[in-house]
Design a protein around this ligand. Structure first.
Ligand code: C2O
Ligand code: CU
Length: 689
């Protein structure tokens, strides 16, 4: 429904541009043909019809916007109302109320001129509106956009008035010779073409990131309505240079885990290229940790000090490790160019941190993450509660990582770990099973479990309160997200499937290992905001927040980003580094509202913190409290999430469809006084996305 309404809007505006262009063409003839009554009539009629169709299109557009408003809310349409509506409705109103009646009363030069100009201004309004929706989305209405686009409309009105007035005087109503018109037409065409191409080339060049830039941009600082006395500090840190005069400044490199204590768990991960083979026999040129992908499963107990040494054997672009779902100190967060430099071939880097977040998490490189995670630089990271660990040893506890592999010839192969075909597993009847599903891919994945009642016991590692028993529900896991499901093995076969276009893949569990696959491919998607029972939680709808942020997620249809032309993914109309930087102070209660107006899911992942979901689509959540690190927001959805700012640092907050993050959908949560000595850009070798 939502996509339909947005699609209708796009089409309406596109058709409107065409119709108003044609109307402008017809109106233009009124300049030449006044002497010949009949053709004047004809062109006038054509122009009138065009104006009526254009007006009707605008009215349907308004209706479409009203329907979106009623179903999805003000946040979805505020820019349409405040930025687009004036551009479309004012010129149309002028044509209908003044220009047309005027022209019908007496057809003199003046009335023709007024009509021609106002129709052309209507065309300009339609083009600007279309441009705003497809390329320069306002999202959050602001006076700057209003002035720029309103100013463009008014300026064009003035210029058109001068131009057409002069032409009318000059031509004295005689149609110029055909050849002259052809030449003029050609010249205008070339001119528009040249301007467009120059515009594209220039913006492409300008959009290129500098060779060196700071990851956190204070020029887009958003204080969320909170204390902005940070101004002094942020100015001091502008361009990445810390000022020693500001004694409170703290560098990310000082925000580290325990450096000297003896670790409880110690791992070494070697990043290296390695050919791996999928179950179907397909071979993949993977980038791996310790020669395997998924990399070794890291296991720790709650409270353990974990030490991981990363050694880069031969990944030329450098690597890092980010601990997805584990709220480590900022300096251990593994973001190239923000918390460390990428670890180059032959180099190593040691991470040390105490783990508190029990549950299913994962780790992955955060250098060129859109490329490196895809190629295989990721693995599972399981943290057991210290108490529970002992008594459930007879549980079959398995981790399954969904991922998309790309073959050397460019085919995309979805798989569970490296299994791109259905697998069989033997499990004794009566065995408790915990399946930890990790989505390490970019796209949302839908899973089903058939043949046994089950429960979703945890999401993003967070244990749900009193989860109910499910039988036919489908589970939708966004990119980066995790679901833990539990069931007791029956004496018949159980089929876990990942549903996809084409044939599903999955695992058949059975006591004799020969169970028949029986895929459940239809059912209702589990709504996690209504699952389980409510319980005491840190935030609720009446919490008073220190800062509130509104973040509108959109796609542009076209644009240039870091030197590349194409579609982009924007936050409040902007791509990184122009996306807002959410400024917070330690101890702040922070609320962020995400609105997805695009055609794709956006699993928004905040580093260093967990967020509690307060409401979805305006309704407070009614099930178990939900504390997530990756909140998947589907088209047309609004999520309010809250967190306590309790982990000082500079933290990424981005879409975990890593291709989206790489195309602009990245921002940061920045604590006052924290700065980074690292930078990104071609000169630095750091490129976190
Ligand atoms: Cu799982 Cu910023 O990443
Ligand atoms: Cu996204």
């Amino acid at each position: 429904m939502f996509e339909f309404l947005m699609g209708v809007e796009f089409l309406l505006l596109l058709v409107l541009v065409g119709v108003s262009g044609a109307t402008g063409y017809a109106a233009n003839h009124l300049k030449y043909v006044r002497e010949s009554e009949s053709s004047f009539r004809l062109w006038l009629k054509a122009a009138k019809i065009g104006v009526y169709i254009g007006t009707a299109l605008i009215m349907v557009w308004v209706l479409d916007i009203i329907i979106i408003f009623v179903n999805y809310g003000w946040l979805f349409i505020m820019d349409r109302v405040l930025n687009l509506l004036p551009l479309l409705s004012l010129p149309a109103a002028i044509v209908l109320i003044f220009a047309l009646p005027n022209l019908s009363r007496e057809t003199n030069k003046k009335s023709s001129l007024f009509f021609i100009v106002s129709v052309h201004v209507m065309t300009v309004g339609a083009v600007l509106a279309f441009f705003l929706v497809t390329i320069d989305i306002p999202a959050i209405p602001n006076t700057k956009d209003l002035l720029i686009y309103g100013g463009a409309l008014i300026t064009s009105a003035g210029l058109l008035w001068l131009y057409h007035g002069r032409r009318i005087r000059l031509l004295e109503n005689r149609l110029p010779r055909y050849s002259i018109r052809i030449v003029r037409g050609a010249v205008y065409f070339v001119l528009v073409f040249v301007v467009a191409i120059t515009g594209l080339v220039v913006s492409q060049k300008m959009s290129e990131f500098p060779g060196r830039m700071n990851m956190v941009h204070h020029h887009t600082a958003d204080f969320g309505g909170g204390d902005s006395s940070l101004d002094k500090n942020t100015n001091a840190h502008h361009d990445g240079h810390d000022s020693n005069s500001d004694s409170k400044s703290i560098s990310v490199v000082e925000l580290k885990g325990p450096q000297t204590d003896i670790p409880d768990k110690k791992y070494v991960l070697y990043a290296e290229t390695k050919k791996i083979r999928l179950a179907s026999g397909e071979s993949i040129e993977a980038w791996t940790f310790n020669g395997q992908s998924p990399g070794p499963e890291l296991v720790a107990n709650e409270g353990d000090l974990v030490e991981v040494r990363l050694v880069n054997k031969n990944i030329d672009s450098g690597v890092t490790i980010h601990w997805h779902g584990v709220d480590v100190p900022n300096g251990e967060d593994g973001v190239a160019g923000m918390t460390q430099d990428a670890v180059m071939p032959g180099e190593s880097y040691t991470y040390r941190f105490v783990v508190k977040e029990v549950g299913t998490h994962w780790y992955h490189s955060h250098q060129q993450s859109s490329v490196q995670v895809q190629k295989g630089l990721f693995g599972a990271f399981i943290i057991h509660p210290s108490s529970q660990y002992q008594h459930e040893t007879k549980t079959m506890d398995t981790t399954i990582v969904a991922h998309d592999w790309i073959t050397p010839d460019g085919r995309n192969i979805p798989a569970l770990d490296t299994a791109d075909t259905f697998q069989r597993k033997t499990v004794n009847t009566g065995t408790p099973i915990r399946l930890r599903l990790i989505n390490a891919g970019n796209l949302t994945r839908t899973f089903s479990l058939n043949g046994v009642p089950f429960k979703v016991v945890a999401i993003d590692g967070y244990e749900l309160n009193e989860p109910g028993t499910l039988t036919t529900s489908l589970l939708r896991i966004g990119g980066g997200g995790r679901y833990d499901i539990e069931f007791i093995m029956p004496d018949t076969a159980v089929t876990l499937a990942m549903l996809m276009e084409g044939k599903p893949i999955g695992i058949v569990y059975s006591p004799d290992g020969h169970g028949k696959r029986n895929v459940l491919d239809e059912g209702e998607i589990l709504d996690i905001t209504k699952y389980g029972s409510p319980a005491q939680a840190s935030f609720n709808t009446s919490t008073v927040f220190d800062r509130t942020f509104t973040l509108i997620l959109d796609q542009t249809y076209f644009g240039v980003y870091n030197g590349e032309a194409g579609q982009q993914w924007v936050i409040n109309g902007k791509t990184f580094p122009d996306t807002p930087t959410l400024m917070v102070k330690e101890g702040d209660l922070v609320k962020t509202t995400f609105v997805n107006r695009s055609f794709a899911d956006h699993p928004m992942h905040l580093h260093g913190h967990h967020v509690q979901v307060i409401s979805k689509n305006g309704k407070p959540i009614s099930g178990s409290p939900l504390v997530l690190d990756t909140v998947n927001i589907e088209p047309g959805e609004t999520f309010e999430v809250a967190f306590l700012a309790n982990n000082p640092g500079l933290w990424m907050d981005h879409c975990h469809n890593l291709d989206h993050a790489q195309k602009g959908m990245t921002m940061h949560v920045a604590y006052e006084n924290v700065y980074t000595p690292f930078a990104i850009g071609s000169e630095t070798g750091n490129s976190p996305e």
